[in-house]
Design a protein around this ligand. Structure first.
Ligand code: NAD
Length: 272
């Protein structure tokens, strides 16, 4: 894990991570396992990559299972949660991470491009967080194991805040995640279920390869990142492990931006 250390804060708390066979989701699954959690590794394509994450988690001494499900499909999500609960007994942590882009200039964006992104990025979060809330309430409190009855982490983006030309579908989905997350945090707090989001900036994953894979692209990207480096998936995993732990027990309904300052409007650094 690149020399990063995790505290064993999540022992006995099974977690489910969607889109966990690539990029941020993979790092989060491994980070939660490093913290002592058993993990459901959700995937929709590339079962071999999912199995590799499972193998890495088992090598750490935790249990893990790969479950195929399209997060935008209600029946598949329900089936995944049923299978996860049958395997691990319950879930304590759900990281709703799966997401994609279908970029297009606004006038040429097709309804299919719009629907695909909204269905996976936003409806997928609705289906997975609803299934999580139902399971946390069914199981009830577990004093001594976790202060909260359950923890939900939604993977949002700096684009819940920063408009993004050429990506109206994606930015809309992330803006939607923000209000979904805040509304359900409000609704579920009395049941001691904490709901938060992470807003990554530019993280080195396959979703945005063209933004960092040449020196020219990387230099251009740095104009948007005051801290002067691209984010790594482990930067997100560290925050996810903390948001899932009792160390953040009084935090709910918040987005933690993990972005090297991208949301600080760097264009104004010298007066605009
Ligand atoms: P990625 O492409 O490496 O991973 C996305 C994952 O989601 C993959 O495992 C993919 O198979 C999965 N997925 C896609 N559609 C799915 C579906 N219908 N059902 C289940 N899984 C599905 O990209 P990533 O960068 O790791 O992205 C993870 C999340 O982080 C996304 O929500 C993305 O919007 C968000 N994010 C990424 C960045 C970044 O810079 N990489 C920045 C902000 C937000």
């Amino acid at each position: 894990m690149g020399g990063i250390s995790y505290f064993k804060t999540l022992v006995g708390q099974p977690a489910l991570v969607t889109g966990a066979n690539s990029g941020i989701g993979k790092a989060v699954a491994l980070g939660l396992a490093q913290s002592g959690a058993d993990v459901v590794v959700n995937y929709v394509t590339d079962p071999a990559a999912a199995q590799e994450v499972v193998s890495q988690i088992i090598a750490m001494g935790q249990r893990a299972i790969a479950i195929e499900a399209d997060v935008s499909d209600e029946a598949q999500v329900e089936q995944m949660f049923a299978q996860a609960v049958a395997y691990f007994g319950t879930l304590h942590i759900v990281v709703s991470n799966a997401g994609l882009q279908r970029d297009a200039a606004f006038e040429s964006m097709t309804l299919d491009q719009w629907n695909k992104v909204i269905n996976v990025n936003l409806t997928g979060q609705f289906l997975c967080t609803r299934a999580a809330a139902r399971e946390f309430k069914r199981r009830g409190p577990t004093p001594g194991l976790s202060k909260a009855t359950g923890k939900i982490i939604c993977m949002s983006s700096v684009h819940q805040e920063i408009p993004w030309g050429g990506h109206a579908n994606y930015a809309s989905s992330k803006g939607g995640i923000m209000q979904l997350m805040r509304s359900i945090a409000q609704e579920l707090a009395p049941a001691k279920i904490r709901v938060n989001a992470i807003g990554p900036g530019a993280i080195r994953t396959p979703i945005n390869t063209s933004a960092w894979d040449t020196p020219q692209a990387y230099d251009k990207l740095m104009n948007l990142v005051p801290y002067g480096r691209i984010g790594e998936p482990d930067d997100i995993a560290q925050v996810a492990a903390w948001l899932a732990s009792d160390a953040s027990d009084y935090i709910t309904g918040q987005t933690i931006f993990v972005d090297g300052g991208m949301t600080l409007y760097p264009g104004f650094a010298t007066g605009g």
